[in-house]
Design a protein around this ligand. Structure first.
Ligand SMILES: Nc1ncnc2c1ncn2[C@@H]1O[C@H](COP(=O)(O)OP(=O)(O)OP(=O)(O)O)[C@@H](O)[C@H]1O
Ligand SMILES: [Mg+2]
Length: 377
């Protein structure tokens, strides 16, 4: 048995003394060092003779001693069996190093406290790597933050530019609308009146030429030609003038648009409004009317359709105006020379909405303008 004990003792010594990078030492119940390994000599600098008999406090920094760290470590070891500690410790020469260690409570066979064992190692390198890692992570986070801030700024600028552009387009459309209205008014009030007066003048002169029926007939024919031109100029003025949107409203204006298309062509053009649709905003009404006008004109001019249907609809969020035809259809192209489709898009965008140009399943087109409803402030 004693041989066995000796061998086990030897194995223990080999293990403890061989672990050169690990400081291992024992403390009694009063925190006095009773054993000091050669690893402890290497790590802390005190020889075995110097260390044994000293207080376990000697490896703690002055700050830790003052703040009660020694007692806290012992209490944890007492309460929980072990206290893992990572802190700066002191070497004999007064220098400090980052140590990673554990203090364990040692009990005898009857579970009575015998003292403590401490194992610690110099973890300076590990700490440096951790510091570097933390630093790299902080730097990374900082860069991500800066990048995000840059992106947000750029985004805000972009949004501002877009809003400015939208506003500009709206103003352009309004200017063009005013111009159209002015030309329409001039055409109606000046040209039509002048022409009508001219026709009357020709007619009254024809009456005076009873003695020359041939000349009278020529004048009468001239009067008729002038009257036809009055009709044409009126039609033109009617197209330029916004329909009476303020008075009768968008629905009535779209209905007359359909009627006009029927009058001047063989095409059957209908208007259908969903019950309860009311567009109260003048600008929205005007743009929607202009989109319908262009879409109907296009269907008449280009599609060869027999039927055109204008519809006006709304749900909680949108007003929806569409013009459908049963003609030959087309694929919208960005390079088209025409302005109509572009302007329809502008109008829809100026109202914060969207223009959808779709081919219908059985031929023909469906041009839909979807505008968000803004509740009036
Ligand atoms: N309903 C339609 N059916 C068939 N083709 C169409 C229809 N609407 C437009 N298009 C085609 O798309 C082209 C572009 O239309 P857009 O209104 O932009 O120009 P436009 O009518 O030719 O000229 P503008 O409108 O400037 O007087 C037309 O030239 C036509 O070929
Ligand atoms: Mg057109």
């Amino acid at each position: 048995r004693s041989e066995e004990l000796r061998r086990s003792d030897e194995r223990f010594r080999l293990l403890v003394e061989g672990a050169r990078d690990y400081a291992m030492f024992l403390l009694d119940r009063g925190n006095i060092i009773t054993f000091w390994s050669s690893g402890a000599e290497r790590v802390f600098g005190w020889t075995q003779e110097e260390a044994v008999g000293q207080s376990g406090e000697m490896i703690f920094t002055a700050e830790d001693r003052a703040s009660g760290a020694v007692e806290r470590e012992i209490k944890t070891a007492l309460d929980e069996g072990r206290a893992a500690e990572r802190r700066f410790h002191l070497r004999k020469d007064g220098s400090r190093f980052w140590a990673d260690g554990v203090l364990m409570r040692l009990d005898d066979q009857r579970d009575r406290l015998r003292g403590y064992a401490k194992v610690a190692r110099d973890a300076t390198d590990q700490r440096r790597i951790e510091d570097e890692l933390r630093h790299a992570r902080d730097e990374m986070e900082q860069r991500v933050l800066e990048r995000t801030r840059d992106l947000l700024t750029t985004n805000a600028e972009l949004e501002r530019t877009m809003a400015q552009r939208q506003q500009l387009e709206k103003e352009l459309l309004e200017i063009s609308e005013r111009e159209k209205r002015r030309i329409g008014e001039d055409l109606h009030d000046m040209v039509c009146q002048e022409l009508t007066a001219t026709a009357l003048f020709l007619r009254s002169n024809a009456k005076k030429l009873a003695h020359d029926p041939a000349a009278a007939e020529t004048l009468e024919e001239s009067a008729q030609i002038v009257n036809r031109n009055v009709g044409l100029a009126r039609d033109l003025a009617r197209g330029l003038q916004p329909a009476d949107l303020k008075g009768a409203g968008l629905k009535q204006a779209l209905r007359s648009l359909a009627e006009q298309a029927c009058e001047s062509t063989e095409i059957k053009c209908h208007f259908k409004a969903h019950a309860g649709v009311r567009v109260t905003d003048d600008i929205v009404a005007l743009h929607l009317y202009r989109v319908a006008q262009e879409a109907v004109n296009n269907a008449v001019k280009h599609s060869g359709a027999k039927n055109i249907l204008i519809t006006l609809d709304r749900n909680k969020e949108h007003v929806c105006m569409s013009v459908q035809d049963d003609g030959k259809g087309f694929f919208p192209s960005r390079r088209s020379k025409g302005l109509g489709v572009h302007i329809m898009r502008y109008r829809a965008n100026a109202l914060g909405g969207q223009l959808k140009i779709e081919r219908r399943r059985h031929g023909g087109m469906d041009i839909t303008c979807v505008i968000p409803v803004v509740t009036k402030r």
